[in-house]
Design a protein. Structure first.
Length: 263
C-alpha cells in the first residue's frame, strides 16, 4: 500500500475506528474534533493531528469542514529507506499547528497534487517533504532546564480533577508552567512514558476501580473516566487487562459515591 492523500469533509456525527496505517489530518476549512486514545483536541484551518497506526480515534466535523488526510502505511517510501527516521513522528499521537512556511507549503502541495494527478512517486515526494518539515518542528525538544523536576503529585491531582474531560498535553504543560516541548521532554525523562500514555493509564486505573467497587452502568463509568463512549472503554479494557469491563466487576453493592471512589 502506498501513501494516499485525500481532501474530504468529516461527518458531523461522531465516528470512531482504528486502522493499521498511520494518518495525518490537517484542517483546511471549518473545524473538527478528535480524540485519540484519550488525547483530545480541535482541528481548524492550518492545524492538525497525528494518528499512529492501531490507535482508536473518535472524530466529528463541525458544520462545513474540509480536511487534508494523509494515509501512510508503515512500508510507504516516505517512511522507509532514506526517510526511515520520519517514522518517529508516529511514536505517539499529538496535535500541532502549522507555522507560516508550512502554511505556504500546504498551499503549494494542494496545487501540485492537481498537476501530479495519480503519480504515486510525486505524491510520495510531496508527503516526505511535509513529514520532514513536521519532524524538524515536532521531533526534537529543546534542552530541558537543568535540575527541573516535574511535580507529579500536582499533575496527578490535576488529572484526577479533570478525568472526565478531554485533556491535552498543552493543558498538562500549562499546569506544570512549561512550554509543551519542554514538558514532553521532562515528562519522558522523569516518568518513562509519554503524557498521553500516562493519562490513559490513569483513566484505566480509575475505570477499573469504579468497575470493581460500584454498580454504575458502563456508559457512566466511561463518562466519569474520560472515555468517549462505552465501546471505547470496552476496547481499552480488553487491550489493557485482557478482558471486557463486565469481567472486572466484583459482586456486591455500591460502596461509595463516584466522587469518593475516584479520589
Amino acid at each position: 500500500m502506498s501513501s494516499a492523500i485525500r481532501q474530504i469533509p468529516l461527518d458531523t456525527a461522531t465516528r470512531h475506528h482504528a486502522h493499521d496505517f498511520h494518518q495525518i489530518v490537517i484542517g483546511l476549512d471549518g473545524r473538527a474534533e478528535f480524540e485519540i486514545e484519550g488525547l483530545g483536541g480541535v482541528i481548524s484551518a492550518f492545524s492538525g493531528c497525528i494518528v499512529p497506526a492501531n490507535h482508536v480515534h473518535y472524530y466529528a466535523g463541525t458544520g462545513d469542514n474540509r480536511q487534508l488526510i494523509l494515509d501512510l502505511p508503515g512500508e510507504a517510501a516516505c517512511l522507509t529507506g532514506f526517510h526511515h527516521e520520519l517514522s518517529r513522528l508516529f511514536d505517539a499521537p499529538r496535535f500541532f499547528a502549522l507555522d507560516d512556511p508550512l502554511k505556504r507549503y500546504l498551499e503549494f502541495l494542494q496545487l501540485e497534487l492537481d498537476v501530479a494527478g495519480d503519480s504515486e512517486s510525486q505524491q510520495e515526494r510531496l508527503v516526505a517533504t511535509l513529514l520532514g518539515c513536521l519532524n524538524t518542528r515536532l521531533g526534537v525538544a529543546p534542552p530541558a532546564p537543568r535540575g527541573r523536576r516535574l511535580d507529579l503529585a500536582r499533575l496527578d491531582r490535576f488529572i484526577e480533577r479533570h478525568l472526565a474531560n478531554r485533556l491535552s498535553v498543552a493543558d498538562l504543560a500549562a499546569e506544570a508552567c512549561l512550554s509543551e516541548a519542554h514538558f514532553r521532554h521532562c515528562f519522558g525523562v522523569q516518568v518513562g512514558l509519554s503524557p498521553w500514555q500516562y493519562v490513559r493509564r490513569k483513566r484505566l486505573e480509575a475505570a477499573r476501580r469504579l468497575l470493581a467497587e460500584s454498580r454504575l452502568p458502563l456508559y457512566e463509568v466511561a463518562a466519569l473516566t474520560g472515555f468517549a463512549s462505552q465501546s471505547a472503554l470496552s476496547s481499552a479494557c480488553r487491550q489493557a487487562f485482557g478482558q471486557p469491563p463486565s469481567r472486572l466487576r466484583r459482586p456486591g453493592r455500591l460502596t461509595g459515591s463516584p466522587a469518593s471512589l475516584l479520589s
